[in-house]
Design a protein around this ligand. Structure first.
Ligand code: PLP
Length: 430
């Protein structure tokens, strides 16, 4: 595949933008490649600057669940643009999207729109701390909740890809109140709460982990979090920035029937525009300014274009059969990938939850960050490069999830599995 234009653009970008990218996860560093530059995208396919066409499993890192350039989303955005781009004042569309979110997500009665997932988790933690008047926050190794200082501890996603525990620039004092435990470790949670439960403001968790690759939760782990936080007066926050409207319309909490106190959203609810949101019971959310005294604000929050894209996306998702069909697509892909690996005699762990999935190159069952790290990263890098060469666009890191959309057809899945068969057999041969 010729990638001359992408390579030339990347060379230019590197002089102007750190690492040539505006988010580290886009860089191909861990797979020894420079990133492709995108020209356009439609449905489940993207076209790069050299006019190469790929089947896309990144979906802008989750938001594009109804496919790229979906006509309903494009129409909604185009029509709202006739009213203006931004007013920094209240509009009807904010109420409409808030209503759709509250109807869908069991834990949310009231919701505040922000501009990114990072802002959502950062704000939810502030609320948890403000409401409980406590400082300690618990997270889990390999979960990523955005790049707010307090949460850059044993984080997943780009932090895991770079193989670093945190980040320079985060003062030790700031993370003193952040505790990180192994994901899915019920005993560790029980022990910590027995020791200092009365000091814990909140627990934040990805209810299906998607930032150490995809790791499914042990439902009893989520139940334990619910029980311990309730018993000790701590606030349970589900970070559903990735899983919201992806593993079910109502997110992981609807799928597993475990209802947190607060929920963070992002990605899908913005339909590809920059949006995040955090919400919970009215009792909790009434503490947020201006109704309460916990301060949080945003110049562009509730932006009309973003609200319109989100409403159009949720409207397409809230129809009979959509999630069943997404899940069928994801399961077909997982089965195909497992068969391709097994035919090539390559040990893998693969699983789907709703419209997201994970594939690890390891014999070890993957249940947390430690076991996720047993994946053969060199093999992943070779697989990534091979798949790209065969027209399949994956996230350039083992520690990311694979996303399917309503635009992925059986034909896309068949082509992807055929590419995987070819690539995996070349991996054993090499
Ligand atoms: N929380 C989770 C679970 C995420 O996956 C992400 C981003 O991938 C974030 C928070 C941060 O969202 P954003 O990149 O929009 O700041």
């Amino acid at each position: 595949m010729n990638r001359e234009q992408s390579t030339a653009l990347f060379e230019k970008a590197k002089n102007l933008i750190p690492g040539g990218v505006n988010s580290p996860v886009r860089s191909g560093k861990s797979v020894n490649m420079s990133p492709i530059f995108i020209e356009s995208a439609k449905g489940a396919e993207i076209i790069d600057a050299d006019h190469n066409r790929y089947i896309d499993y990144v979906g802008s890192w989750g938001p594009m669940i109804v496919g790229h350039s979906n006509p309903a989303v494009i129409n909604a955005v185009s029509s709202v643009l006739q009213r203006g781009v931004s007013f920094g004042a209240s509009i009807d569309l904010e109420i409409e999207l808030a209503g759709m979110v509250a109807d869908a997500v069991p834990s949310i009665e009231m919701v505040r729109m922000v501009n990114s997932g990072t802002e959502a988790t950062m704000s939810a933690l502030r609320v948890a701390r403000g409401v409980t008047q406590r400082d300690l926050v618990v997270k889990f190794d390999g979960c990523y909740h955005g790049h707010a200082d307090t949460l850059l501890v044993s984080a997943g996603s780009g932090v895991a890809t770079q193989g670093i525990p945190g980040s320079p620039g985060v003062p030790a004092d700031v993370i003193r109140n952040t505790l990180s435990l192994p994901y899915n470790d019920i005993t560790a949670v029980q022990n910590l709460f027995a020791e200092c439960g009365g000091k814990i403001a909140g627990v934040i968790v990805e209810p299906v982990a998607g930032n150490m690759g995809m790791v499914a939760p042990d439902v009893n782990f989520l139940k334990t979090l619910r029980e311990e936080t309730r018993q000790h007066g701590s606030i349970l926050i589900f970070d559903e920035v990735m899983t919201g409207f992806r593993v079910a319309y109502g997110g992981a909490q609807a799928r597993y029937g475990i209802i947190p106190d607060m929920t963070c959203l992002g990605k899908v609810i913005g339909g590809g525009m920059p949006v995040g949101a955090y919400g919970g019971s009215a009792d909790i959310m009434r503490h947020v300014a201006p109704e309460g005294d916990i301060y949080q604000a945003g110049t562009l929050s509730g932006n009309p274009v973003a609200m319109a894209a989100g409403i159009a996306t949720l409207d397409l998702l809230n129809r009979p059969g959509v999630y069943e069909s997404l899940e069928t697509t994801a399961n077909r892909l997982v089965e195909g990938l497992k068969n391709a690996a097994s035919a090539a005699d390559i040990p893998v762990q693969a699983q789907a939850v709703g419209a997201m999935l994970g594939l690890f190159f390891t014999e070890t069952s993957v249940t947390d960050f430690e076991t996720a790290k047993t994946s053969d990263l060199e093999r992943f890098a070779a697989y990534y490069r091979g798949m790209l060469e065969n027209g399949i666009y994956l996230a350039p890191s083992q520690f990311e999830a694979v996303f399917v959309s309503t635009a992925h057809t059986d034909d896309h899945i068949d082509k992807t599995v055929a590419a995987a068969e070819k690539v995996m057999s070349s991996l054993t041969a090499s």
